[in-house]
Design a binder for this molecule. Sequence first.
Ligand code: HXC
Length: 512
Amino acid sequence: MSTLKDKFQELDERNREASLGGGKEKIEKQHNGGKLTARERLELLLDEGSFMETDKMMKHRCTDFGMEKNKISGDGVVSGYGKIDGRLVFVFAQDFTVFGGTLSRANADKIVKVMEMAIKMGAPLIGLNDSGGARIQEGVQSLAGYADIFHLNVKASGVIPQISSILGPCAGGAVYSPALTDFIIMTKQSSYMFVTGPEVIKTVTHENVTKEELGGAMTHNSKSGVAHLIGDDDEHSMMMVRELIGFLPSNNMEDPPVRHATDDINREDENLQSLVPADPNKPYDIMTIIESVVDDHNFYEIMPHYAKNMITGFARMDGKSVGIVANQPAFLAGVLDINSSVKAARFVRFCDAFNIPLITLLDVPGFLPGTNQEFGGIIKHGAKLLYAFSEATVPKVTLITRKAYGGAYCVMASKHIGADVNLAYPTAEIAVMGPEGAVNIIFRNKISDEDKATAIEDYREKFANPYKAAELGYIDEVIYPRETRKKLILALEMSQNKSVSRPPRKHGNIPL
Ligand code: HXC
């Protein structure tokens, strides 16, 4: 009969074996490729000593291709729960050292278990992806595992925050789990995502493309808009996830966490008084306003490399999380186009789902004209942004710094689509269109060039200012730029207990 000591020894042995994953050689290979192991990543991600592992001893049940002789405890994924800054999160980390981190039925069962727990307990789900995809030996069982995960990703959407970190391969249908989550962070050089790889592309379309060009971190952050952030390496990516989680509530029934704020809410910034140039055609950097007004000048930008004419990101105002959406006049004059509309719409919907108030900064000359945009469906993509702002019931505070022309005025959180507080700088120009365009249409072929110049000046005087809108109550207050922080915080404070009721419906039909 085995003694107590023997029993503990057996547990030690089993734990040690499971912790080693695919073994020393495979770990070394992982390190040589500039990657950390699943367990090392979790150590960086979670508060020290907080990780509780589930299903460490689970093994696959495959008996084809001699797999019954090749079983490793854990089966290619490390899963469980732990804490970030003391707050509960659920995690799974694919372990590339075990069967290439591929998804077997058992491996999927482990992921499904933490996903179901995350939904039940109301805590964020973080997936660390590094996998060769479906485990070929398991055939349709692996596909079933993926589909179960996709189904749960959708069930969890808008209920708990879901974050995907891509730290290695993520190819084929496997990409659709991260794609269904709220944020994707890709690591430079070591990560890639694609539905079909370079070899298949070469055969089908005869295009030559490298893995990095096709689906590397920069491709998805700057070209496709699939990913939201880039980490320099595994450690940096884990730190980015930790920081992001700090802005978010644990679930849709909670408010975001409040940090003790030391930044004075009445802090003024004299530099803002002269930031927006008197000449409406001169660009300036809207980021200066954002960084000036948020707590400790700390702005966490989302999708910084994509559609740079629109800025999105998180910050805190008096310790409370806010989502910021801003036209960027320093890039394409801050024009609204397909990519910037979709980028902002998705961000607005995330904030609304998770009770994060929205601050919208406007300096937008309108929608980008051109056949590219029209054929690409700017009508339906612009409508997404209009839909997202209109449907959002979180507190919405809007500040017009300069141009707010045409449809773009309506779309960007105007009073008419439910903003709670609408502010403007004295430099604001709120009208159907810019003075030149307006005069060209009203007086087409009817006046001389000289009179035209006078008419443009007249129009500018009359309409290119915030006072018409203020007279009508569409702007609540024209503010001094130096007071921006204070005014925004007062507006957010006023609207923090906002409640809005909507007619019952299954769900709306956002123009996809
Ligand atoms: C089973 C796999 C595997 C897979 C890799 N391995 N992919 N085992 N099924 N899909 C195993 C390898 O045999 C190897 O085992 C170990 O994982 C590490 O793989 P390597 O090839 O040595 O590593 P590396 O050179 O870094 O290349 C990684 C890779 C390559 C680029 C991911 O392995 C690869 O191309 N794999 C196939 C990818 C693929 O086609 N997956 C199916 C996609 S379709 P040993 O024992 O030698 O260490 C899909 C459908 C999902 O996923 C559908 C959802 C709806």
